[in-house]
Every structure is written in C-alpha cells, then in structure tokens.
Design a protein around this ligand. Structure first.
Ligand code: PGA
Length: 272
C-alpha cells in the first residue's frame, strides 16, 4: 500500500469518538512509586476535561495501591490477563482478580510478551475472550518486526495477527469497545517511531481487516485503532488526530507525569 499521507487522511473518516491515551508502565514501579506518580498525574489533570480518555497500566502488584487512590479521570488498566478464571496456573493473574481491583482496560498481546514470553496468537485470542467476558476493554497489540517490514510482509503479518486473535471471538455488542494498537516492534522503546504516513496506512489495513470480519457498522461503533512505538509530546499529533489514529499506547514517555501530561494536552488540542 503506497498511498500518500494525503489520500490516507481522506480514506479514514474523521473520528467522532473521544481520543484515548494509554500509559504502559511495564515493569517499572512498585507500589510506593506508583502511588507517587499516579497522584502527581491526577493533580496535574485536575482541571483536565473528559474529552481525552486517560488510562494508566501499572504493574500487577501495584494495582491495589493504585485503586486505593479512588476514582478519577485516570482509568486503571492491566498489562496482561489470563484466559481462565481459576485453577492450577502458577504465576498467572485471573480476570476475576483484575475486575476485583477495578481494572477497566487490559493490554493483550504486547510485543514484549509475544517475543520474550512466547505468547502465540491462540493464547492472545483466548485472553481477548477472557477480557471481554469479564467486562474489561481489551487493547490488542499487533505489529511486525523490522525483518518482516524489510521483506514487505508487514501487511500480511498484521492481518494474520488480527484474524487469529479475533476469530474465536463472537461479534462484540455495539456498546462494547475494543482497541487495536498498531505497534511496529522496531519502533517500541527504540526512540525511532514509524513514519506517520506508513503508520496510517497500517491503520487503514487494520480497519479493512476488521470490516472483513465484522462489517463496517460494527467496526465503527466498537473498534478504535491506536498507535504505539516511541510516541512523545513532539510527535503524538502526527499519529493521533481527527482522520488518523483514535489514540496512542505510550511507554517511555508516560513514565514521567509531566511528560505524559504534555502528550495529553497535545491530543486534547488537536481534537478541540
Ligand atoms: P514506547 O513503548 O513508547 O517506549 O516505545 C510503547 C509500548 O511498549 O507500548
């Protein structure tokens, strides 16, 4: 797909949905540090409107501490979930345990889990079903490696990841939200974000793959597409804007509350 950025902008209908920005804090902070950073973020966002959805995904062990801060404009997400509710699954975390902690969003199939922990599309598909069955909104990560892009296989790879993760999933009811994060693996944590036009072309591919699976009306009502991979306050609006991605998944630049707030304000401005 070698379309110019202009034609891509035209082919993705301007979004009427509020943008969403998700912070992935990975394996960075324990309970005390999570509370300090989350409190600082909440304070900085006191006057921030609900026009932008804000989600923070701390480590599993920090979720209870995060929950003690009470409800706020900052929603709570988890970085993974297991597919069964209970049983002999040493080290896994049940969807029931996450629901109990007020977790509303869950990242599924992050490239670090696929690459380092050997997660397969089948496992990811089961986790998608689990999240939805327990009322959590999944953020399904897809993306190609540098080699796959070099070999021009990126579109096939991403379409396959989507089809395999979603094929056992019944069509979601219209009021449910499912997020698909396009995260090219070579852009995650490298400081080398994807070319915005190339990323938007992948957003278009993702949308078309979803439309083939579920039909246009359901995709428009239930699915949102995010970009992730070296997002910062200087580049965020090249990806997230009306006619572009509906949101972003942010790692490194979300760790400092001040830098994350700059990203949120930039998103708010571009959708105002
Ligand atoms: P990054 O991480 O922003 O540091 O590239 C993104 C992610 O892992 O989701």
């Amino acid at each position: 797909m070698n379309k110019s950025s202009k034609s891509i902008h035209q082919s993705l209908a301007p979004s009427t949905h509020p943008p969403i920005v998700v912070a992935n804090w990975k394996m960075h902070f324990g309970q005390a540090e999570t509370v300090t950073r989350l409190s600082s973020l909440r304070t900085k966002l006191k006057t921030f409107s609900h026009d932008v959805k804000v989600v923070v995904c701390p480590s599993f062990t920090s979720l209870p501490a995060a929950k003690t801060l009470g409800p706020s404009i900052v929603h709570l997400g988890a970085q993974d979930v297991f597919w069964d509710e209970r049983g002999a699954y040493t080290g896994e975390v049940s969807p029931l345990m996450l629901s109990e902690l007020g977790v509303e969003y869950v990242i599924i199939g992050h490239s670090e889990r696929r690459q380092l922990m050997g997660e397969t599309d089948v496992m990811i598909g089961r986790k998608m079903i689990s999240a939805l069955a327990h009322g959590m909104m999944p953020i399904l990560c897809v993306g190609e490696t540098a080699d796959e892009r070099r070999q021009q296989r990126h579109e096939r790879v991403v379409a396959n990841q989507l089809q395999r993760a979603l094929r056992s999933l019944p069509p979601p009811p219209r009021h449910r939200r499912l997020y698909v994060a396009y995260e090219p693996i070579w852009a995650v944590g490298t400081g080398q974000p994807a070319d915005p036009a190339a990323a938007l072309s992948m957003a278009e591919l993702i949308r078309q793959t979803l439309v083939d699976l579920y039909g246009g009306p359901l995709v428009d009502s239930s699915f949102r597409t995010l970009y992730g991979g070296s997002v910062d306050s200087a580049n965020i609006t090249q990806y997230v804007h009306p006619g572009g991605f509906t949101g972003a998944l942010v790692g490194t630049a979300s760790l400092e509350p001040a830098s994350f707030v700059t990203i949120l304000k930039a998103v708010k401005k571009v959708f105002a």
